[in-house]
Write a protein that binds this ligand. Structure first.
Ligand code: MN
Length: 476
């Protein structure tokens, strides 16, 4: 279980009784968080910072513990912030400044100077906030009484984002084949991606998968086919093509397990030794949280894995999507977003059908794929581009809608959405921002999640939504 360390601040000026009370209040607070948020993350109390030395020891512990994904700090009393400098300089994990109190209401009849000395977050947290600003440490602030629902929601969000950042830092991406020839936005600097987000992007030839797929036993293939037919409707007579995909998926699973990768890419331009482009194999793996990018898009492969981790435990679908074509009926503009075939099965609103159809490119056999209608509702579309001197995240609010008319001749999973605030501004903003045609769509995550991730990783963020205006387009 991943955890957050809770580090309270005080000092030795107020005497042993005060420090005992600080520790007691914090233990109660941590127990409350474990009770309310324990399904997401564990909380552990560290010694109260009374001196610079204790702060350094606490932060060293947070850094040395691989299960620790972040730190929460709170100044119960005044805690002179010079004591925090050296410790905070060691911390390189997400930081939440919880601006709260042990008490919800002021005890007007009882309040005296002892109470004031003990409960002075309004004083101590401002001193502490100053040193965070002075040190330029990216962090989140959640303000309010710690038992209130909005505060708990803020801490839960932080925990989910911190877990995603930790996951990102340890993420390994297997790229089979390289970037699609001539495509710009999928390319970038892999070295910078590892420095910035921790992604280890490793190249292998797709022949590795072809060889492993050849070695898959019929018993293994039968088991994978049963997994398919348990979940999906077999809507083809070409069982050999589906079996081929089942072998691909087993091969990817074995390869990624052996090489400790959680995401992968392929490209239809390099399928040496393969009979088909991976279709259902990729779709089924994505539905299990495995990151995927087509055409060698390692950024979206890694980013989708990170965002699926962030969305863990929430309702809704999250995964890779590709922008394709529009319905430009005035006032009813919609986008049809369906990749050639690799749409994650997690977006299925209906039980997916397994079908086999020609692909049209790649000069390979007809690939088996899952065909389904998508979930609907509010969501976000997020992408990440590499501008050479920095990365940029673009996050647009969208509404996933039901397909207005059947498309019987389009044999892929179909996802349609409406842009916000409207087609003209929403898509123009995306284009001005340099947004890719590969992105992650989510009905589980919100702009606030992405904003926290961008802030804590120091990444530029452009948001598009109902609050985006014509005038904003000129500021991008
Ligand atoms: Mn593409």
């Amino acid at each position: 279980m991943k955890k957050l360390y809770f580090i309270p601040g005080s000092q030795d000026l107020y005497g042993a009784e005060c420090l005992r009370q600080v520790a007691e209040d914090c233990a109660r607070m941590v127990a409350f968080f474990n009770e309310k948020l324990g399904d997401t993350i564990a909380f552990e109390l560290l010694p109260t910072v009374e001196t610079s030395r204790i702060c350094v020891e606490d932060m060293r512990r947070a850094m040395d513990d691989d299960d620790c994904v972040g730190v929460i700090t709170w100044m119960h009393t005044f805690s002179p912030a010079k004591m925090w400098i050296k410790g905070l300089q060691l911390l390189r994990k997400p930081l939440l400044h919880l601006h709260t109190q042990a008490n919800e209401k002021l005890p007007y009849d009882e309040i005296d100077m002892d109470f004031m000395n003990l409960n002075q977050a309004a004083h101590g947290d401002r001193e502490y906030g100053f040193i965070l600003a002075k040190l330029h440490i990216p962090h989140e602030v959640v303000a309010g009484y710690y038992e209130h629902e909005d505060v708990l929601a803020g801490i839960r969000r932080f925990a989910q984002v911190a877990k995603a950042i930790d996951y990102s830092y340890h993420l390994r991406v297997a790229t089979f084949g390289n970037n699609m020839r001539d495509v710009a936005v999928t390319d970038g600097n892999r070295l910078e991606a590892e420095i910035k987000f921790g992604w280890e992007i490793k190249y292998w030839g797709i022949g590795e998968i072809a060889r492993l797929a050849d070695a898959v036993t019929e018993v293994e293939a039968d088991a994978k086919l049963k997994e398919y037919t348990d979940k999906y409707i077999m809507d083809t007579d070409n069982l050999a093509a589906v079996r081929e995909q089942a072998k691909y998926e087993i091969a990817f699973e074995k390869f990624m397990a052996k090489n400790e990768c959680q995401a992968f890419t392929d490209t239809f331009q390099d399928l040496f030794g393969m009979n088909q482009l991976p279709g259902i194999a990729a779709q089924n793996l994505m539905a299990k949280g495995v990151g995927f990018g087509p055409e060698g898009d390692y950024k979206i492969s890694a980013f989708s894995a990170v965002l699926m981790k962030m969305a863990e435990g929430r309702k809704g679908a999250t995964g890779f999507i590709e922008d394709y074509t529009y319905d430009l009926t005035p006032g009813q503009e919609l986008e049809l977003a369906s990749h050639m075939l690799e749409v994650p099965a997690s977006f299925a609103a209906t039980q997916p059908k397994i079908q086999v159809h020609p692909l049209g490119i790649g000069n390979k056999a007809d690939p088996a794929r899952l065909v389904f209608d998508s979930v609907t509702g509010d969501g976000i579309q997020v992408t990440l581009i590499d501008l050479g001197d920095h990365f940029r995240i673009i996050c647009a609010d969208i509404e996933l809608v039901k397909v207005p008319h059947p498309m019987p001749k389009l044999p892929v999973a179909q996802i349609m959405y409406r842009h916000k605030p409207n087609f003209r501004i929403g898509t123009a903003a995306w284009c001005y921002a340099g947004g890719a045609h590969h992105s992650v769509v989510s009905t589980a995550l919100t702009r606030e999640d992405i904003a926290m991730f961008a802030h804590l990783t120091g990444t530029e963020l452009i948001v598009i939504g109902d609050d985006t205006t014509e005038a904003d387009l000129r500021k991008i």
